[in-house]
Design a protein around this ligand. Structure first.
Ligand code: TYM
Length: 351
């Protein structure tokens, strides 16, 4: 089992990232048990382990400030450790320190199809009406994402709902490459399976139940950051958009109430419970009672993470060292697949 996933260091880690993805990274890491022996053995590509990375190469596909990217990369790394990613058990790094990601992306560009990329909803959303004005990188972004997981022969990729389509594309690229350049009994790439949580796969904005909670939303009130203090969390929850009706006692009653459904879903996810069970406790109550309970649950769940994050940030050199160590391991893990890809394509690289 190879677990691989990434996050863009473009802003603060928010509750959507945490509940939709990072919490599962930690669970998968913890279920994996002892660290893989790949470094000592020769079978790096077969070892069971987790690789988690900061997708800094993806972050340059849109206009960015270099100093901010540098700072965000270190801060996001600290946030992941604060959430429970253990750099001694999981391989944690940033893409820029592992050139094989960019290299494999180019090697896969001949396999990816324009039509596939054109159909990506994230591309359509981000480009809007101005496709001609977008960077080539934004268009080719999903090919890099395919390279990210195929490089390590990922079997499981824990992500939120919004990444499902990108992962399907990674499977299509892997399959076409295997068909075109490998024999059936010796495929170059493993087809990765997305792991999307049954609950909290799509946490919505606190200001608009039809938009997902996102790092790029201009309104700070739309999201809960993992670094928000207790007062800020309580204020954001209190101001969250809702409707005047009391909560129903069953989930069906939330069908046309996206904002209410979102808050109840967040509560259920934080409490590791279900929407029905939360409604069992709060059905018939108004938001005057539900919101403070939700705010307190958030504060209680996030406080240890927030404290640890602040502590970790005091030693930036230690975070840089973690990323450098992780990158060295990742370079080693990716090498066999990279070599096999060059070979399969007939690219001559000397003796
Ligand atoms: P990114 O940085 O936007 O988000 C990181 C992870 O958080 C999940 N997520 C959410 N889940 C639930 N509700 C939300 N509102 C929400 N917002 C974000 C995302 O689904 C993701 O799992 N392209 C990726 C990064 C990436 C990647 C990869 C992921 C690059 N290479 C390879 C997996 C495998 C992205 O921009 O995620």
């Amino acid at each position: 089992m190879r677990v691989v996933s990434g996050i863009q260091p473009t802003g603060n880690l928010h509750l959507g990232n945490y509940l939709g993805a990072i919490r599962n990274w930690v669970k998968m890491q913890d279920e994996m048990g002892a660290p893989a022996q790949a470094a000592e053995g020769g079978s790096a590509e077969e070892a069971s382990e987790c690789l988690f990375f900061l997708a800094d190469l993806h972050a340059i596909s849109q206009p960015h400030d270099p100093a901010e990217l540098r700072r965000n990369t270190l801060e996001m790394a600290a946030a992941l450790v604060a959430c429970g990613i253990d750099p001694d058990r999981s391989v944690m790094f940033n893409q820029a320190q592992v050139p094989a990601h960019a290299e494999l992306q180019w090697l896969l560009m001949g396999t990816g199809r324009m039509g596939w990329l054109n159909r990506m909803t994230q591309w359509k959303d981000k480009a809007g009406k101005n496709r001609e004005g977008q960077s080539v990188a934004l268009f080719a972004y999903p090919v890099l994402q395919a390279a990210d997981v195929l490089l390590y022969q990922a079997t499981h990729v824990p992500v939120g709902e919004d990444q499902k389509q990108h992962l399907e594309l990674a499977r299509d690229i892997a399959q076409k490459f295997n068909n075109d350049f490998a024999s059936e009994d010796a495929p170059v790439f493993t087809l990765p399976d997305p792991y999307i949580p049954p609950q909290a796969a799509r946490i919505m904005s606190l200001r608009d139940g039809s938009a997902k909670m996102s790092k790029s939303d201009l309104s700070e009130m739309s999201r809960i950051n993992l670094t928000d203090d207790a007062d800020t969390i309580m204020k954001k929850v209190k101001k969250a958009k809702t409707d005047p009706e009391p909560l129903p006692s069953e989930a069906e009653g939330l069908a046309d109430r996206p904002e209410a459904l979102n808050l109840v879903t967040i509560y259920a996810a934080l409490a590791e419970s279900t929407v029905d069970s939360v409604l069992g406790d709060f059905g018939g109550e108004g938001f005057g009672k539900f919101k403070p309970a939700l705010g307190e649950l958030m504060v209680e769940t996030l406080a240890p993470t927030s404290a640890r994050f602040t502590e970790l940030l005091e030693d930036r050199e230690a975070i840089e060292a973690i990323l450098a160590r992780g990158a060295a391991k990742a370079r080693e893990r990716g090498l066999p697949t990279l070599d096999a890809t060059y070979e399969a394509l007939g690219l001559l690289r000397g003796p």
